[in-house]
Design a protein around this ligand. Structure first.
Ligand code: DC
Length: 231
């Protein structure tokens, strides 16, 4: 069976990673959460004092990028790969609202993008990969056989994200989460380097009113069709 590359792009909290993980599992493909890599670099910048509420020293971050090592290690118990930053498991730490508040600023930096895009392309070199993010179908894998662009209203996404954070025991308010979702949308779509846009050949799916199961079925069908057309 020929393997393909599946690129899933879209706004934050559109449930890209949920469906990408499900698809990878069903197809026996590798799942890569590219946003986790931008989050890991952001955490690195925070830990080293390069970014906080008051300042962002992007030059210092750029000068220290060569000391950042990001690895995904598959956790058999969890059934997905966890993110390691310089040998430390940061899977939970990178998902906090604090990291979310700085991540768009860090992802605007071209040097950061260049480094991560190179690593992402390397991970997909043998195909058989499902990668989600913002520029996967446009920059990382412009030749991907299947490209999906996911959307949902900002309110729907904020509600989902708020629920997730509450379940993790975070002390946050809905308004704060909605504000983070809309401000990230703005930065992600207007940044100069690789802004979030739908690739011409991507299939757009608005999942505001789709259940996780319905969305999964729809994408699996598309993937199977694309794979059999290629064979
Ligand atoms: O998918 P996510 O919300 O975890 O991504 C976090 C941030 O990383 C997002 O706000 C923008 C950035 N990002 C990016 O610029 N390019 C990608 N391919 C993936 C994420």
């Amino acid at each position: 069976m020929q393997k393909i590359t599946i690129a899933i792009d879209g706004f934050s909290s559109t449930g890209k990673s949920t469906v990408a993980k499900q698809l990878a599992k069903a197809l026996g493909y590798v799942y890569v959460d590219s946003g986790a890599m931008y989050r890991a670099v952001t955490l690195f910048a925070m830990q080293n004092g390069f970014i906080d509420e008051k300042h962002f020293d992007s030059n210092k971050l750029i000068a220290n990028l060569n000391t950042v090592e990001i690895l995904f290690k598959f956790n058999n118990k969890l059934g997905f790969a966890e993110v390691f930053l310089n040998d430390k498991n940061v899977e939970n730490e990178i998902r906090t609202l604090e990291v979310s508040q700085f991540v768009s600023q860090v992802s605007e930096i071209s040097e950061v993008r260049r480094m991560l895009v190179k690593q992402q392309q390397q991970m997909g070199i043998n195909k058989g990969v499902v990668m989600d993010g913002r520029d996967i179908g446009t920059v990382v894998f412009p030749e991907a056989e299947l490209k999906i662009f996911m959307t949902a209203s900002a309110e729907t996404r904020a509600k989902r994200r708020f629920q997730e954070l509450l379940e993790k025991g975070a002390n946050v308010g809905y308004d704060e989460v909605l504000e983070n979702v809309t401000s990230r949308d703005k930065i992600d779509t207007t940044r100069e380097d690789s802004p979030l846009t739908k690739a011409n050949d991507a299939i757009e799916i608005d999942n505001s009113y789709l259940s996780i199961e319905e969305q999964y079925k729809m994408l699996l069908e598309l993937a199977e069709e694309t794979i059999s057309n290629k064979a």
